[in-house]
Write a protein that binds this ligand. Structure first.
Ligand code: THU
Length: 133
């Protein structure tokens, strides 16, 4: 799918954000090899640390629909910020485990401009399952 279409869908996902505390809605779209799109938005809580980022909501939702990492093509992240919306450190760790290494990550700014990144760009030298052996 074209990046501009993914950005449009990620903006639609942003409308599902529950972010009364930060007032910073984030939308995410996972593009799957079968053509499906899975949305995520940040879901906050009055107990602030329990909040969950848009990226993790989308990735966990994909798992619950039965998808595996190799089914994912790309992740697009949008927010109303001047800078590109980069995933936080916790999400980078989850992305590195739940997305295939060749997947693309599009970080979008409020003007709809984007950076195309790899998982290794975001989290080089990641801790992984192999390190647990
Ligand atoms: N947030 C995301 O959902 N994704 C990001 O990439 C950055 C931050 C959320 C977490 C919190 O609900 C709000 O944005 C402000 O940090």
């Amino acid at each position: 799918m074209k990046v501009l279409d993914l950005i449009k869908k990620a903006k639609e996902a942003q409308n599902f954000s529950f972010s009364p505390y930060s007032k910073f809605p984030v939308g995410a779209i996972l593009e799957m090899k079968d053509g499906n799109l899975i949305k995520g938005a940040n879901i906050e809580n009055a107990s602030y640390p329990l909040s969950c980022c848009a990226e993790r909501v989308a990735l966990f939702s994909a798992r619950m629909k039965g998808y595996k990492k190799e089914d994912i093509v790309s992740l697009t992240i949008v927010a109303n910020c001047d800078n590109y919306c980069f995933p936080c450190g916790a999400c980078r760790q989850v992305i590195s485990e739940l997305m295939p290494k060749e997947a693309k990550i599009y970080c979008v700014n409020k003007n709809g401009e984007y950076l195309k990144l790899s998982i290794d760009d975001l989290l080089p030298h990641a801790f992984s399952d192999g390190d647990l052996k």
